[in-house]
Ligand binder design. Structure first.
Ligand SMILES: Cc1cc2nc3c(=O)[nH]c(=O)nc-3n(C[C@H](O)[C@H](O)[C@H](O)COP(=O)(O)O)c2cc1C
Length: 191
């Protein structure tokens, strides 16, 4: 028996994305975004508010990076979602994290996070129902420590945080329940 819960954000899990961009003076700022997703093989859409410092930075720098936050850096990742660069100019510096400029786009790469997507701003989509910052991913880089023997990203090693918007929790799991495009294949045989 299902109980009605009303209208609540109910997709689970959500990612914990670290969006990094430079301001007009070249200072690094980072924000936490759970509402973001791959929207094409080489595109990512971020549903981030217009008034965030990050959004303003992306609009002027035309580039950003998206890192996956991991378990080891949960406190800093959460802080990036609590504090705003609009009011805290040293937001990034407070974490003691390190950033290097991407060689491909005009945006910082945060060294501490294990996987990063380097993005050019493709467009900002604004409609009555949507404010989306869309990035064209020009490269993905990952620490060797999170790769398997074939060079693919290993979720167990990655330890990426997942966000639970029901109870505001961060979760980690690398347990594989099955293989995609495979777990349902026996049903394909049914007459
Ligand atoms: C777990 C978590 C997820 C968040 N997801 C989003 C999001 O998807 N979109 C958004 O606009 N803000 C999101 N926020 C809020 C921003 O991270 C927050 O407002 C931050 O202060 C913005 O930083 P900035 O002004 O320095 O860019 C999230 C915060 C947390 C803690």
């Amino acid at each position: 028996m299902k109980k009605d819960l009303g209208v609540i954000p109910s997709v689970y899990p959500m990612p914990v994305l670290m969006i990094a961009a430079y301001d007009e003076a070249g200072n690094v700022n980072v924000m936490n975004a759970a509402w973001g997703m791959t929207c094409d093989t080489d595109k990512i859409a971020l549903f981030i508010d217009e008034d965030h410092k990050t959004t303003k930075n992306i609009r002027q720098s035309k580039a950003f990076t998206v890192a996956l936050a991991d378990r080891a850096h949960m406190a800093e990742a959460d802080f990036f979602g609590i504090a705003t660069g609009n009011k805290m100019p040293d937001k990034f510096a407070r974490t003691g994290f390190h950033a290097v400029k991407s060689t491909r786009v005009n945006a910082p790469i945060i060294e501490e996070f294990p996987l990063v997507m380097e993005c050019e701003l493709a467009e900002v989509v604004e409609t009555e129902n949507l404010h989306a910052v869309v990035g064209k991913v020009v490269n993905v880089a990952a620490e060797e420590a999170v790769l398997d023997e074939k060079g693919k990203v290993d979720a167990e090693k990655l330890q990426a945080l997942m966000f639970d918007q029901f109870r505001n929790g961060y979760y980690v799991t690398g347990e594989q329940a099955g293989r995609a495009w495979n777990a349902g294949k026996d049903l394909m045989k049914k007459a």
